[in-house]
Ligand binder design. Structure first.
Ligand code: 5MY
Ligand code: ATP
Length: 351
């Protein structure tokens, strides 16, 4: 296992999901006292001596280049990083080609660094820099490990665009009723939207994952418009066109769809919710696809899956999955009969 010395780097918050926080790795700050102590004055320089502001920051260990740090939050359903990583290596990695996965390495992390990150999160909450829906949940301070993951974000000056989305349920839930007019993802979204108090949120349309695996370029285009928005200029149109061609031909999404079906053919009421197969299906229903598209119009698009975390039945997850499915069925969200009259809005590819 990698023993990373993170005492000599800074972590900069990049983004977070429900269960993890992702950080950029920066070189250590140049000590401001050094410049002050030396009392540099520009007149003292000859033309070959760089000014302090022009001195490049100290370099990162080459092993950290192009990597991010991913750390686990404290949640009842979250598993220790080491266990989650072992599950990734044994259950998930063998299912895909390595070029389609976000590489991930485990490293030992100090409690001191975790405490430091938590203090920064609290500060970010005060100054409005942390999304409000994530407030109040922090990193597990007695976690022994973090993960070093491949950075898929576009960096300044890099000629590529990065997109990410969760493909979610690429095949209908096996326990959805006959005559369903919404897939599992669209049914859950319709239900969540109805329960939201905020009107703008209500009007937000979402994507139907079945469009993504429809082999129909027009439907893939509809899907993409939800992810990248309408294409206002030629450059964006070109990107849209390239992505449609790529997604239309790419076998990765088809692979995820087949695995979701194969690993959970019976659905939450009949499956053994503790079985590794069912839990792997739930992992594949919640992973993220990252796409890196070179903006020069040439070069291959990179497609990698991330957030392939071990799902467990702890933290009352089994109850959550079953009761959610029961609610989607009983309240008519699958059949679009949730109101007195059949709803004709927010339907999906199924209807
Ligand atoms: O229940 P779903 O399908 O809404 O998925 C949950 C996700 O919601 P989403 O619809 O993707 O916005 C949810 O994502 P967000 O909180 O919306 O970022 C989590 O990924 C959750 O998994 P976990 O509790 O972190 O293990 C996900 O829960 P699981 O069902 O995968 O356990
Ligand atoms: N390899 C990566 N490269 C670039 N950005 C990343 C990478 N992995 C994660 N991110 C960013 O960090 C965010 C949160 O990461 P991640 O999906 O791992 O969190 P999570 O808590 O596991 O998500 P979920 O809410 O699905 O449980 C992502 O949505 C993405 O914006």
């Amino acid at each position: 296992m990698l023993t990373l010395d993170l005492s000599d780097v800074r972590l900069e918050y990049l983004a977070e999901g429900a269960a993890n926080i992702v950080y950029r790795i920066l070189p250590p700050d140049t000590d401001p006292s050094t410049a002050a102590d030396l009392q540099f004055e520009s007149d003292d320089y000859d033309s070959d001596t760089p000014l302090p502001t022009e001195i490049p920051p100290s370099q990162l260990d080459p092993h950290l280049n192009g990597k991010l740090v991913r750390l686990r939050k404290y949640l009842p359903s979250a598993t220790p990083m080491e266990e989650s990583h072992r599950h990734f290596e044994t259950m998930i990695q063998p299912l895909f080609q390595s070029e389609n996965l976000i590489g991930s390495e485990l490293f030992r992390i100090s409690r001191y660094l975790l405490k430091d990150c938590n203090a920064s999160l609290r500060k970010m909450e005060k100054n409005g820099k942390r999304p409000s829906k994530r407030h109040g949940v922090y990193l597990v301070e007695n976690e022994k490990h973090g993960c070093l993951i491949m950075d898929m974000s576009s960096k300044f000056g890099e000629a590529s665009t990065c997109l990410e989305f969760k493909p979610k349920w690429l095949v209908q839930s096996p326990s959805a009723p006959n005559g369903s007019r919404r897939c599992r993802t669209c049914a859950l979204r319709a239900m969540k939207r109805e329960n939201k108090a905020d009107p703008p949120e209500k009007s937000k349309a979402g994507f139907c994952p079945l469009n993504l695996v429809s082999y129909d370029k027009t439907k893939i285009g509809i899907f993409l418009d939800h992810i990248i928005g309408p294409s206002p200029d030629r450059k964006a149109l070109n990107l849209r066109g390239r992505l449609i061609d790529f997604l239309h031909k790419n076998p990765l999404l088809d692979k995820i769809r087949s695995l979701q079906l194969e690993l959970d053919p019976e659905g939450v009421f009949k499956a053994d919710l503790l079985s590794p197969k069912f839990l792997a299906a739930m992992t594949l229903r919640d992973c993220t696809l990252f796409l890196k598209v070179p903006t020069n119009g040439k070069g291959a698009i990179e497609a990698r899956l991330g957030d392939l975390d071990l799902k467990t039945s702890s933290g009352r997850k089994s109850e959550y999955w079953r009761s959610l499915e029961r609610q989607l069925i009983d309240e008519g969200w699958y059949t679009a009969t949730e109101r007195d009259k059949a709803a004709h809005e927010n339907l999906c590819q199924l209807s």
